[in-house]
Design a protein around this ligand. Structure first.
Ligand code: ATP
Length: 212
């Protein structure tokens, strides 16, 4: 005996629980309905309720940026369901790593101007360091440089010239002195360093996260 599926039941139920349930919970519910083939026309249900399900999506994208292009737990994806809208993959990859996105969004023209003005000012010592680092990066060699000097001798100035040069070339610069350098963050924030440090402290950067 076949029962006719009335999708309106699902729509009204979801609308009823909107006040009580989080968007994440509603999404899980929708996926369960989808995977259990409960709905007659999933797209029609989706079109009526997607706004409730995506209530927190901006927040999540801003904080996690693991965009939901992922497969469901049983290996299925939205593509398995006729007519269901799927995320635009080119946008997904473009927005999947906010750190990289930010680094690639610098205004190359103003950075070029800043660099071209300041490079003329660097003194001999700064120039030696500048040339060494640029040579290393341009030739894709690894290198660790420790630039030291008394306060006020131009380390930050040099760093800014270097950053401007690398950023206008669309290279990634990760800075960790939040007050002094543009696009910079505190080391604790940048590398997820716990505030209380012990012998066993590790930086909690997840393997597949944008940070890693
Ligand atoms: N080559 C330069 N031409 C013009 N101004 C410079 C040059 N180098 C540094 N300065 C200026 O000197 C001042 C001190 O430089 P900067 O802040 O880079 O020093 P610092 O070594 O980073 O100091 P601190 O260790 O105290 O942070 C800044 O106002 C900076 O703009």
């Amino acid at each position: 005996m076949g029962f006719l599926i009335d999708d309106n039941e699902f729509v009204s139920t979801i609308k009823e629980v909107v006040e009580l349930a989080s968007a994440a919970w509603l999404r899980r519910l929708f996926v369960i309905l989808l995977l259990s083939d409960s709905m007659g026309r999933p797209l029609s249900v989706w079109e009526q309720i997607w706004a409730y399900l995506s209530d927190d999506i901006l927040y999540r994208i801003r904080h996690e940026l693991q965009y939901p292009g992922k497969n469901f737990h049983n290996g299925k994806s939205l593509r398995n369901y006729a007519d269901m809208p799927v995320p635009n993959n080119s946008l997904v990859s473009q927005f999947s790593n906010l750190m990289l996105l930010r680094e690639l969004q610098y205004d190359a023209v103003s950075l070029t101007c800043e660099h071209d003005v300041n490079i003329l000012k660097v003194n001999e010592e700064q120039r030696v360091v500048y040339d060494k680092i640029i040579d290393c990066v341009s030739n894709k060699r690894h290198g660790v440089f420790f630039v030291y000097g008394f306060g006020g001798t131009g380390k930050t100035f040099l760093y800014r010239v270097l950053s401007a040069r690398l950023r206008y070339e669309k290279k990634i610069v990760i800075s960790i002195a939040s007050l002094l350098l543009p696009g910079s963050k505190m080391a604790h924030s940048r590398f997820n360093i716990p505030v209380e440090l012990t012998e066993d402290t590790i930086c909690r950067i997840k393997k597949d996260s944008p940070k890693s």
